[in-house]
Ligand binder design. Structure first.
Ligand SMILES: Nc1ncnc2c1ncn2[C@@H]1O[C@H](COP(=O)(O)OP(=O)(O)O)[C@@H](O)[C@H]1O
Ligand SMILES: [Mg+2]
Length: 351
């Protein structure tokens, strides 16, 4: 595995309340199993970093994650949080340090939403007043009105709302570390996209250290500061930023995981302002794109309108230049193809 040489990630100026996580040569072999579920896994997660584990079902993602909060004990190796061995932390301390969103949401059906969120505060012996204040605050944080939802039961909520409660519950004791096991897995694509966007905004403000498991590579690209692409026995095939993985997959396994559309996926990560814009006079038609959009948005608008170049406007609405397929491709370093496509587009728009 090529060790990540990308230093940009440590330079992210995010307000972090997170802790570092270090897994050192961790192996887990379940009883009566010949092969290890996790073999010799080593990784350092920086404070405030959001690391995605992505890999196929059964490759060991959940097992790796559950060893961090000691739901599963490693067979060998060590795990530390901010330099403290998790095996030396008592269970209460561990609960305060690590919020956990489990794979199937796992809300307690016979408890109200407020009671579900207060599970850890109650275990930690918080007062009623402090707990109920925290519940209201958390519900508002995940965009649920406390007056409406606190006294409801999980079955009276939609799947997306239940997911939000799961996140609120994990955040209850304000832990520096969050473990999230396919937290949005059970929701429909539209709800999922909404939850992802909300979650990104939330992380922007709370700056936790997060390990987030998914089998959805697009979700990994969208959310992750870094992505660990895992294969059988939790082997790390590549561990790097989304942009670097898309630009240079380490091997065929990673490439197959990216699937088709790598260029389009990369464009979604790059702001329009990264392109060298053309002159404003090159823009055709009334449709414009904004400087705060991505190159993917620009390409989408170009394909939709069929014009050779679109105007680019800044936040104040002034035109600052134009964007074309060739200029988008140039950012990816594939302008020869871009120019060919552009010629074709020109031919189409002239016809
Ligand atoms: N409690 C268990 N006992 C025995 N084998 C298990 C247990 N939990 C998981 N496994 C096995 O360990 C491997 C990894 O499982 P898991 O960590 O759940 O993978 P993932 O989360 O990537 O789907 C699988 O082969 C699974 O069958
Ligand atoms: Mg799993």
């Amino acid at each position: 595995m090529p060790e990540s040489t990308n230093t940009a990630i440590t330079a992210i100026a995010r307000n972090t309340a997170g802790a570092s996580i270090e897994l050192d040569h961790v192996t887990k072999t379940y009883a009566n199993q010949a092969a290890s579920a996790v073999e010799d896994f080593s990784m350092t997660v920086n404070p405030g970093e959001l690391v995605m584990f992505v890999g196929p079902s059964g490759c060991g993602k959940t097992t790796t994650m559950k060893m961090v909060n000691r739901i599963i004990e490693p067979t060998s190796g060590s795990i530390s949080i901010d330099g403290r061995d998790v095996l030396s932390l008592n269970p209460n301390e561990l609960r305060r340090h690590i919020g956990y969103v489990i794979q199937q949401i796992g809300l307690f059906p016979h408890m109200t939403i407020a009671e579900n969120i207060s599970v850890v505060p109650r275990l930690l012996g918080w007062s009623k007043a402090k707990t109920s204040e925290r519940v209201d605050e958390l519900l508002r944080t995940v965009q649920l009105d406390p007056g409406t939802f606190a006294t409801r039961y999980p079955r009276q909520l939609s799947g997306g709302q239940q997911q939000r409660v799961g996140v609120a519950r994990a955040l209850a004791a304000d832990p520096p570390v969050m473990l999230m096991d396919e937290p949005f897995g059970a929701t429909d694509p539209i709800t999922r996209e909404k939850l992802q966007a909300e979650f990104l905004r939330l992380q922007e403000s709370i700056g936790k250290t997060i390990i987030f498991v998914t089998h959805d590579f697009d979700e990994a690209i969208r959310l992750g500061d870094r992505i660990a692409v895992l294969s059988d026995r939790s082997q790390i095939e590549q561990f790097d930023t989304p942009a670097n993985i898309l630009a240079a997959p380490a091997n065929d396994y990673v490439a197959s995981f990216i699937g088709h559309g790598a260029a389009i996926k990369r464009l979604a990560l790059i702001p329009i302002t990264e392109a060298i814009l053309g002159g404003s006079s090159e823009a055709v038609g009334p449709i414009t794109v904004s400087t705060n959009e991505s190159l993917r948005d620009a390409l989408d608008a170009l394909v939709l309108t069929g014009v050779p170049a679109l105007g680019v406007v800044d936040a104040a609405g002034s035109t600052v230049g134009s964007i074309s397929v060739a200029r988008i491709s140039a950012v990816l370093g594939t302008d020869a193809i871009g120019i060919a496509v552009e010629k074709r587009l020109e031919a189409v728009s002239e016809a």
